[in-house]
Design a protein around this ligand. Structure first.
Ligand SMILES: Nc1nc2c(c(=O)[nH]1)N[C@@H](CN(C=O)c1ccc(C(=O)N[C@@H](CCC(=O)O)C(=O)O)cc1)CN2
Ligand SMILES: NCC(=O)N[C@@H]1O[C@H](COP(=O)([O-])[O-])[C@@H](O)[C@H]1O
Length: 218
């Protein structure tokens, strides 16, 4: 069955574009039922429109508080019958009640090797920590920020002379196949995200899947 995706994005939308391209090429058996952004200037909106995907703006400033914003956002998403909600550069903390109502149905791509470097400015965090390896993670969204079960990771070296921008670019290049391959593994039913635990081939996922250089899981 084709996996129906609702995608949330706040910015340029390159991860959204990676999903769109994978669907268009036949590499991912999924459809995007809509793109939702909290920012009306998000270029992700243009990418969605160009692909014929319904693009929605739900701005926090138009709602009384976080709970009201979440209610409007997820009410719109629920109306589409989406199977999975993908945070692809969505820069809002999702409230605990919205998360609790959708256990295991939301994933996020985060630019660090979780549990290292949660939150924002992850590449500077990595440089400040002096790590020699960095990367990206796809994890289940839970009430606590960037703390849910980690489904898959991709690793990159930190190179001498790196700054936050050069490191971010190297990570972003690996995020795209990481997200697509994770969605493919979910779409085929091999990987099942859970609020507390993910399962791979019916067994508890013992450790995050690791993306190889040829964009497959080891
Ligand atoms: N409940 C959860 N919500 C979200 C998660 C999560 O794991 N649990 N992942 C994030 C994505 N994210 C990092 O990966 C992230 C999103 C938002 C923020 C943040 O501090 N946002 C501020 C507003 C910032 C702004 O508007 O510029 C806020 O919400 O007040 C940090 C990290 C998606 N949501
Ligand atoms: N805390 C969430 C977070 O920092 N997400 C990051 O935002 C970028 C979105 O890029 P994109 O809009 O080009 O997909 C990506 O690097 C993603 O990992």
């Amino acid at each position: 069955m084709t996996l129906r995706l609702a995608v949330l994005a706040s910015g340029r939308g390159s991860n959204l574009q990676a999903i769109l391209d994978a669907i268009a090429s036949g590499a991912l058996d999924a459809s995007i039922v809509g793109l939702w952004s909290d920012r009306r200037d998000a270029f992700a909106l243009e990418r969605a429109r160009a692909a014929g995907v319904p693009a929605h703006v739900v701005r926090p400033r138009d709602h009384a508080d976080r709970a009201a914003h979440d209610a409007a956002l997820f009410g719109s998403i629920d109306a589409t019958g989406a199977d999975l909600i993908v945070c692809a550069g969505y820069m809002r903390l999702i409230g605990a009640s919205a998360v609790a109502a959708r256990p295991g149905r939301m994933i996020n791509i985060h630019p660090s090797l979780l549990p290292l470097f949660k939150g924002l400015h992850t590449h500077q965090q990595a440089l400040d920590a002096g790590v020699t390896e960095h990367g990206a993670s796809v994890h289940v969204v839970t009430a606590d920020l960037d703390a849910g079960p980690v489904l898959a990771q991709a690793r990159v070296p930190v190179l001498p002379g790196d700054d936050a921008d050069t490191l971010a670019a190297r990570v972003l290049e690996r995020e795209h196949p990481l997200l697509v391959q994770t969605l493919h593994t979910i779409a085929t039913g091999r990987l099942v995200p859970g609020a507390e635990m993910a399962r791979l081939d019916g067994a508890p996922l013992a450790a995050p899947l690791q993306l190889t250089a040829n964009n497959r899981f080891a």
